[in-house]
Structure formats: C-alpha cells, structure tokens
Design a protein around this ligand. Structure first.
Ligand SMILES: Cc1cc2nc3c(=O)[nH]c(=O)nc-3n(C[C@H](O)[C@H](O)[C@H](O)COP(=O)(O)OP(=O)(O)OC[C@H]3O[C@@H](n4cnc5c(N)ncnc54)[C@H](O)[C@@H]3O)c2cc1C
Length: 473
C-alpha cells in the first residue's frame, strides 16, 4: 500500500505537503499554551483537494486538524498522535462580491482584515474584528464563532455568516444556508459555526458585509477605581445605549501598552474605558455626550473625545496591541477568556484581583467590558520552578468564579483542548451526550479534530480515538 505522504503528494503536489521537523514543530501549536504533534502538514488550494484529503484520511485511518492562521488561544488547532494538519491558508480568494445584496463568497484562508480592506473602498466591511484580525482567518473566525471589540452591537461571527461550504466525513461536499432571510430546514449553519473544526472542514464562506458607518465618535475615559469604570459600563448599557464597542483596560495593562506604543493613554488611572458609537452623525453626537455624562457621574478623572480619525486609529491600535504588550512584563503569558453577566463585572473583577494576589501572579486585564467578556492575562516565566502549576491553578479558579457568577467557560476563544475538561462545569451529562451525538452523526470515525471541545465520556460509549491531554508549550 502506498504511504499517506505519497498519496497526499499525488493530490496536492510535492511542495504542498510539509513533513520536515521544523514545519512539524511550528504546526504543533497555536497561539495558546499547549503543544501536540503532527506527522505532516498539507496545504490544499481547492474544495476538490480538501475532499480528496478527507477521503485519504479515511482510507489510512488518520485524523485531520484544520488550521487557519494558528492564532487560536484554546488549543483548537493543535494536532495529536501524528494527526495531519490541513492548513487552509492558501484558500484565500475573495470572490462573488455582491454589493447589492451585501454578500461575498470567501475562502476560509482569507485574513480577517484583508476582507474589510477589500470591501471598504466600496463602503462595506466584515463586522467581526478580533484583535488578532491582522493575522487570523475568516475560517478560524467561523470555527470559533469569534468576537471582537466591535461585536458588542453587531454580534459575533455567527451573525455575519449566511452560508457555508463544508467537506464532510467521506469527502462529501455540503452547502448550507444562503441568502434567504429564513432558510428552511434544520439550521446546519448554526451547528457548524462555532464547531471548532470537529464536524468537517469549511472550504467556502458566504459572509454578510456591513455598511461602513457614516459617523464615528470614540471616547476615552479614565477612572481611579475599576469599580467606577465597571459601573459606567452598566450605566451606559442600562440606559439603552449599545455602543459599537466598550472596552476596558486596567492600570497594569495600560502601562504596558503605553510604554510600548506611546498612544497617550492615562497611566495614572486604575482603569480606562474605550467606547465607540457609530451611525447617523446627530445620533452619535447625542450618544457620545451621554456616555461622557455617565463616566462623569461615576467619578471619571478625565474624559476625552478622539479629535479625528488619526487619534481614533492610535487608540484602537493601542487596544488591539494589548496582548503583545504583555511581553514586557514576562516572557510567557496565559490568558483565560470567560464571560460574566455585565451586572457581575464589579464583583468578578474583585475576585480576579484576589486570585492574582493569592497566587502571587502578575495579572493584567484588557477586555470587552460591554458584553462582560473578560481576559485576565497572567504574565509569568515558565523557567521559574512551579510557576506553570501555579498559573494553571489560578486559571482554573478564574473559570470557576466566572461560572459561579452566572457566566460561561468562553466568551469568544472557544473550548478547544484547553477548556474541554471544564465542560461539565456548565453542561449536564444529558447536554454533553446531545452534543456528542451530533459529533457522531457528522464524524462517525472521529476524523475531524479529535480530542477537542467534548470531554472523554461525553457519550455513554466513547467513539473515535483516545483523547490526548496535550502538554504545555
Ligand atoms: C493577539 C490575539 C488577539 C486575539 N483577539 C481575539 C478577539 O478579540 N476575539 C476573538 O474571538 N478571538 C481573539 N483571538 C483568538 C483567535 O485569533 C481567534 O479565535 C481566531 O478566530 C482564530 O483564527 P485562526 O485563523 O488563527 O484559527 P486557528 O487558530 O488556526 O484555528 C482555530 C480553530 O478553528 C478551526 N479551523 C480553522 N480553519 C478551519 C476550517 N477551514 N474549517 C474547519 N475548522 C477550521 C481549527 O481546527 C481550530 O479549532 C486572539 C488571538 C490573539 C493571538
């Protein structure tokens, strides 16, 4: 029998199957803290090639892990036990842009920001804007149902995906959804978006394009306490204003960003809020005034309106560069992405700081405050004996606090491998069994991304492959 390597090379060509040790090392991890192992990486350029790869995987009995840009933070794209990584990066066409219907069919490998750059001259953009948007792919956004600062008003990726083309087990190609306002039949699009590559490989995406807003106002407010900043968030939303974005950074995070980018952020504040309103000029002026008033009523020490587009761009660059700025604090970082009801922000943040102090960890916070999506970032040095274990213990406590406060395991980064074993904190045996049965229907042999999302024992009998634990990078 021919080897899998030879068979894959026959499908995509010699140069698009990578099996060198450096390539295998690079593709064995993502943007998070875990590492696995892969036997090879294959880079298809068409749906037909993906279908052939899936058929070969079935024939040789190997698992496949679809990969976009590898910026995921939950270990979703990590291969195990030699699974083949299917890099979708070369499937990056932006086709069939239909401005009248405000849609486009795009390849999963299209970089998120490139899609908006492509359509902005025509007055449109792709609304989901993860802070990683300069690197992450639309396919990864779909698989993780990703969010971003501007998803507060616009909703996460699922609200901007109208249809999908997916290669299923056995190599069948399925197209789900479409432009009809209420597609008939079972909502398979809804099941596939956010399924983290566990049900099939997405090969084309019908995205909704959002008109660029006629007017934008961006407000920066600084507070002496995190509580006051959080109270402002509740006041704004409670008043019925849903800003396009409402982001918070605490002092440690602000200092790290300012030290790096010199964006003019107030480093003497315990917390800063970055709020943005978009829409009709008269309406945004009125909303911006109200937000400034709410900040003042909650003891803001300074409030300023970005004077022009250049100042706005600087502020957003500062916000979206926050994770990178953490490198100044320590060589390693680990972050959890959890979500709590907005009304629980104040007490949850108090718990976050308590956990940091208890474990003696430097914790920096930057998050989508408007929808209660927290990102406590632990900066640490893994070379320090016992530090990794301390960080892991603190991370689990953080998740437990958020779930106890009525929140969820993940606000936007997905479950992947990192939070797989925490799923029972949120889901009953019946819930997990229902999800596992869906996995079983789509992927009876457990070919697609095994060991992710669903913990061992989700089904009364276990299907597919043994589930690996993964090691920290
Ligand atoms: C600095 C930084 C900032 C970030 N900010 C945000 C943020 O604001 N909001 C947010 O939500 N996330 C954020 N993230 C997390 C990450 O960028 C997103 O989850 C992103 O959508 C992942 O895209 P990717 O192309 O890198 O996917 P990958 O990491 O390559 O893969 C992610 C998952 O998608 C699956 N997948 C990828 N492509 C396909 C496909 N074609 N078919 C089926 N499955 C597929 C993979 O198997 C994996 O499970 C951030 C990450 C970093 C490093």
């Amino acid at each position: 029998m021919s080897s899998l390597l030879d068979d894959l090379r026959a499908v995509v060509g010699h140069e698009r199957v990578l099996d060198g040790s450096l390539d295998r090392h690079l593709y064995a991890t993502d943007g998070g803290a875990l590492r696995g192992d892969t036997s090879m990486v294959v880079m298809p350029t068409s749906t037909a090639e993906v279908a052939a790869i899936v058929r070969l995987a079935g024939h040789h009995g190997v698992a496949l892990v679809a990969r976009g840009a590898g910026t995921g933070l939950a270990g979703g794209a990590i291969p195990h036990d030699g699974a083949v990584v299917v890099s979708m990066a070369l499937m990056d066409s932006i086709a069939e842009v239909d401005l009248d219907n405000r849609t486009a069919w795009v390849g999963p490998g299209v970089i998120n920001l490139d899609l908006s750059r492509h359509t902005t001259p025509h007055g449109f953009h792709f609304a989901p804007d993860p802070s990683s948007q300069q690197a992450c792919t639309v396919g990864g956004n779909v698989a993780n149902n990703s969010g971003g600062p501007h998803c507060l008003a616009e909703g996460s990726t699922v609200n901007h995906v109208l249809g999908l083309e997916v290669v299923l087990a056995g190599g069948d190609v399925l197209v789900v959804g479409g432009t009809a306002p209420d597609p008939v039949g079972l909502d398979l699009r809804g099941i596939l978006v956010g399924s983290e590559g566990t049900l099939g490989i997405v090969t084309r995406i019908l995205v909704k394009l959002t008109p660029n807003p006629p007017a934008v106002r961006t407000i920066l407010a600084a507070f002496d306490t995190v509580d006051d900043a959080a109270a402002t968030v509740s006041a704004v939303i409670g008043a019925g204003i849903v800003p396009a974005a409402l982001e918070m950074m605490d002092r440690l995070m602000t200092e790290a960003v300012e030290n790096w980018l010199h964006a003019g952020l107030p480093v003497d504040a315990a917390a800063i809020l970055l709020a943005e309103v978009t829409g009709d000029p008269a309406a945004v002026d009125a909303e911006a005034r109200l937000i400034q008033q709410f900040a003042g009523a909650n003891h803001a020490k300074s409030v300023r309106l970005a004077a022009d587009e250049a100042e706005r761009a600087v502020l957003w660059r500062a916000r979206k560069s926050a994770f990178g700025a953490v490198a100044q604090a320590a060589p390693d970082y680990y972050l959890h992405d959890t979500v709590v009801p907005r009304t629980k922000l104040v007490e949850t943040m108090q718990e976050v700081y308590r956990i940091a102090e208890k474990h003696g960890i430097t914790m920096l916070n930057v998050f989508h405050a408007g929808d209660g999506n927290l990102h406590p970032i632990m900066a640490f040095d893994r070379a320090q004996p016992g530090m990794l274990e301390t960080v892991q213990a603190a991370a689990e406590e953080l998740v437990e606090v958020c779930v106890r406060n009525g929140g969820a395991l993940s606000g936007e980064h997905g479950i992947g491998q990192e939070k797989r074993d925490l799923m029972p904190l949120m889901f009953s045996a019946e819930d997990l069994d229902a999800q596992a049965r869906i996995k079983e229907v789509f992927d009876p042999a457990g070919t697609f991304n095994p060991g992710k999302v669903l913990p061992h024992g989700s089904r009364c009998f276990d299907f597919g492959r043994p589930i690996p634990d993964g090691t920290w990078v």
